[in-house]
Design a protein around this ligand. Structure first.
Ligand SMILES: [Fe+2]
Ligand SMILES: [Fe+2]
Length: 164
């Protein structure tokens, strides 16, 4: 890997984080009644998003949908097999129950995401329309109507966000 590829990865990670952080800061500024600060954070978030996407493009990481689904399966699988289990253990050791819960929710949701991506890859040419529902608390996703409550965190289905 060239040094520039390395730098693009670092820049992509940093800009992606800045985007997410500024969105959260904008919401907080709005809640506190600082509308101009909220707008500035919003504008900057959009700018960082442009940078992040440009770095992602330069990394050549956006490929065919089949390849992207495969990459997504791998990314999610890494998270629930290697990353989060260790993070959960460490959070227990550190008695940080809030982080432990957040890692647990993400870990369980990633298992489902990996399966959904794999199914989508296996059925890439199936044009039957699908609707997904997202749990706004833990990030669980389900296809269609299967549960009355989130199987991971118990949130009522009527609070799920329909993705169509
Ligand atoms: Fe995921
Ligand atoms: Fe949930």
């Amino acid at each position: 890997m060239s040094k520039t590829t390395d730098n693009l990865k670092t820049a992509f990670a940093g800009e992606s984080q800045a985007y997410r952080k500024y969105k959260a800061f904008s919401k907080k500024a709005e809640e506190e009644g600082f509308h101009n600060a909220a707008r500035l954070f919003k504008a900057a978030a959009k700018a960082e998003k442009i940078h992040a996407l440009s770095h992602l493009n330069n990394l050549g990481m956006i490929k065919s949908t089949a390849e992207n689904l495969q990459a997504a399966v791998q990314g999610e699988t890494f998270e629930f097999t290697e990353m989060y289990p260790g993070f959960i253990q460490q959070a227990k050791t550190d008695t940080n129950s809030s982080a432990e819960k957040a890692f647990h929710f993400a870990n369980e949701a990633e298992k489902v995401h990996a399966k959904l991506y794999q199914d989508a890859l296996n059925n890439l040419n199936d044009k039957t329309e699908k609707v997904y529902y997202l749990c706004p608390v833990c990030g669980f996703i389900e296809e269609g109507d299967q549960h009355d409550r989130c199987p991971i965190c118990g949130t009522m289905k009527n609070l799920f966000k329909k993705i169509d």
